[in-house]
Design a protein around this ligand. Structure first.
Ligand code: PLP
Length: 391
């Protein structure tokens, strides 16, 4: 059990820390969600989210986890047996692929290296081979949270264009939105999946979906069953009535505050802060890796994520024993390895409401645990992070 003293450091890659001003915005009694007051807030949130997604198009919002938004992305735009191509990146691409199959789609996996990211040339080649344009949608996890790898969406978009392929581009931005640059319209994204609990600094509980006009046209004709996720029904309603059933109104107040918070720093400022803090984490890991038992999971250094770093550990303890020690001894929570990476790596979440001392504190707890557990590591990881952020 974690020690019940001091502040718990939530260094998992989501849910992230919810700042006090957002907690206060969320803290309100239930209200009449059909009221003009809520209508104003819902409209403000809609417009604000469009700025965060960098789109001029509609964003749909559900009371759900990110899995719900995935399901909405699959349920709305395809008819049974239509082919979608999901690009392999890690645990989250596996689960999205599984979901597409369960919905009766012909779900094909484009094989990929979890440590390197999606190869634009491989995507282009697969799309060129699809001369009959049977592939109706391409699913890409922008930032693969299970490995700490951020795919180059602009390059992948170029590959799709080079192949002249008309499939919808579906992008999961759950661990990049609001922490790393993402441009829905400029990068030609048709269906964009988001969630509330990472860069948007909320509790878990909202699934978000950005939808381009091209995707909307497919939604009109798709024959797959849908009710909760049906964007056609939602579109007939004003923004505050678009939720199927009762709107989770308090969340809209939280989102309104989160968007305000992000825009006070500016989105570019938010991305720059994430990049700086992530680089400090990488400097620490680079020092620790000199001992031989610790290393970056992602080998493609250019694609290491600014919101999460996955650290492989090859002994003498497995990564779960390591992170539980970090939790129990220092009250610092790290993420674990998912699927076949279970026990092999821990993940440092560095996204959301985060500053330098929070990063230093997390890194110091990790370095102390490396020492306590006798994990061979290079000294000076924390020093390198301090030197970088002090510079
Ligand atoms: N996609 C990515 C990239 C994620 O990181 C997550 C959750 O961490 C999900 C999808 C699923 O979201 P949720 O856990 O909210 O269902």
């Amino acid at each position: 059990m974690p020690l019940a003293r001091g502040r718990q450091f939530l260094a998992i890659p989501g849910p992230t820390n919810v700042p006090l001003r957002i907690l206060q915005a969320l803290d309100r009694p239930p209200m009449d969600f059909t009221s003009p007051e809520f209508a104003d807030v819902a409209e403000e949130v809609q417009m604000g989210l469009r700025r965060v997604f960098k789109t001029e198009h509609d964003i749909f919002i559900w009371a759900s986890t990110g899995h719900g938004a995935w399901e909405a992305a699959i349920a709305n735009f395809y008819s049974p047996d239509e082919k979608v191509l999901i690009c392999e990146t890690g645990a989250f691409s596996e689960w999205w692929l599984e979901m597409a199959g369960l919905f009766g789609l012909d779900a094909e996996y484009l094989p990929g290296d979890w440590r390197m990211g999606i190869d634009p040339a491989a995507l282009e080649a697969r799309l060129r081979a699809d001369t009959g344009h049977e592939i109706k949608g391409i699913g890409i996890v922008h930032n693969e949270t299970s490995t700490g790898l951020c795919n180059d969406l602009a390059a992948l978009r170029k590959a799709i264009d080079a192949a002249g392929h008309p499939a919808l581009l579906m992008v999961d931005t759950i661990s990049s939105l609001g922490s790393m640059d993402f441009r829905m319209d400029e990068w030609g994204c048709d269906v964009v999946v988001g969630g509330s609990q990472k860069g948007l600094m909320q509790h878990t509980g909202l699934g978000l979906l950005g939808v381009s006009p091209k995707a909307l046209a497919r939604a009109e004709n798709a024959t797959g069953p849908r009710r909760y996720w049906d964007i056609r029904r939602s579109l007939q309603m004003p923004f505050h009535m678009r939720n199927p059933g009762t709107a989770p109104a308090h969340f809209f107040y939280g989102l309104k505050e989160a968007i305000k918070f992000l825009e006070e720093e500016t989105l570019d400022g938010v991305f720059a802060r994430h990049a700086r803090l992530a680089e400090a984490v990488r400097r620490a890991v680079a020092e620790w890796s000199k001992g031989g038992a610790i290393d970056f999971y992602v080998k493609n250094a250019d694609r290491r994520s600014n919101s999460v770093t996955a650290v492989e550990i090859t002994g003498p303890v497995d990564s779960d024993a390591f992170r539980f020690a970090c939790r129990d001894d220092f009250n610092v929570m790290l993420g674990g390895g998912l699927l076949q990476l279970g026990g092999k790596l821990f993940r440092i979440g560095h996204l959301g409401d985060l500053n330098e001392p929070m990063v230093w504190g997390t890194l110091a707890a990790i370095e102390a645990t490396l020492k306590r557990k006798g994990v061979p590591h290079g000294p000076g990881g924390v020093d390198a992070a301090i030197a970088y952020l002090a510079g």
